[in-house]
Design a protein around this ligand. Structure first.
Ligand code: SF4
Length: 262
């Protein structure tokens, strides 16, 4: 016997990964038909605007963020403008996005570091982005993918919920979900698939009441293909609880993010 593995010798975990890779390919094919134009709904024209918008979007709708940034981006045109701003004035300018004190502190500190460490420019790699106050992996991946065209999987509340229901992961921690998705989604689809998951989560796979009966990926979804009407209701309630614990950025996160990073 040689050491070559045949299909019978593939162990359980390899089989599971292969099944998830095939499932991901099928879901992506359907999402490409359903959401060919899926993209970030935050409005921005450069990496700094996207970075600021993403920080403002914690616990706030993209629609509200876009309303606020319409004027904000006229007033604050570069990192120096935020870094030199009076904190009370910046707080006032972003007040309606919620958690405005922590957000203002993070944005100002983030822009101060952009000036001192990065020549006023937003860095284009994960390690440097994660050094910035208020920037976690979700924000970093969004900036990498959308502002720099580098692959990144963005796990927000919709993407996490969808990944668990479809069966790509059983994790709650967004970073662990991200790694589970990275293992089964082709690298060149990380960014676009993230946006497609968000759209599907908003329009079909809703937190409280997933529309499984009309869902185009039901056939490939663990939850949708197994659930009866009764179990769907029970599981949806469970998912709501999980989602709340898993929201994009919680108040605690904002506090953690506002701490100076070593
Ligand atoms: S089948 Fe149901 S649970 Fe699965 S992705 Fe579709 S809406 Fe969500």
């Amino acid at each position: 016997m040689t050491g070559t593995k045949d299909s019978n010798s593939i162990d359980g975990s390899s089989k599971e990964i292969l099944n998830k890779i095939n499932k991901a390919a099928s879901v992506i094919e359907i999402f490409d038909r359903e959401y060919p134009e899926a993209a970030c709904s935050l409005r921005y024209v450069d990496p700094l605007q996207l970075l600021v918008s993403t920080q403002l979007s914690a616990q706030c709708t993209d629609e509200r963020v876009n309303r606020v940034t319409k004027d904000l981006f006229i007033k604050y045109r570069n990192a120096s403008d935020y870094a030199g701003a009076e904190i009370s004035e910046l707080e006032n300018d972003i007040r309606s996005t919620g958690f405005f004190r922590n957000k203002a502190r993070n944005i100002k500190a983030c822009c101060m570091m952009l000036i001192t460490d990065f020549g006023g420019k937003v860095p284009d790699n994960m390690d440097d982005l994660l050094r910035l106050p208020g920037v976690g992996r979700k924000t970093a991946n969004l900036v990498l993918g959308d502002a720099f065209g580098k692959p990144g999987i963005v796990v927000d509340t919709h993407a996490g919920r969808l990944a668990r229901r479809i069966g790509f992961t059983d994790k709650e921690d967004p970073v662990k979900v991200e790694y589970d998705l990275m293992a089964v989604v082709p690298r060149d689809r990380w960014s676009s698939f993230s946006h497609q998951m968000v759209m599907h989560g908003r329009e079909v796979c809703k937190s409280r009441k997933p529309l499984c009966d009309s869902c185009p990926v039901r056939k490939y979804c663990d939850f949708g293909s197994a659930a009866t009407a009764a179990t769907a209701a029970t599981a949806a309630n469970t998912a709501v609880t999980a989602d709340n614990a898993f929201a994009d950025t919680t108040e605690a996160d904002l506090e953690i993010n506002s701490r100076p990073k070593s």
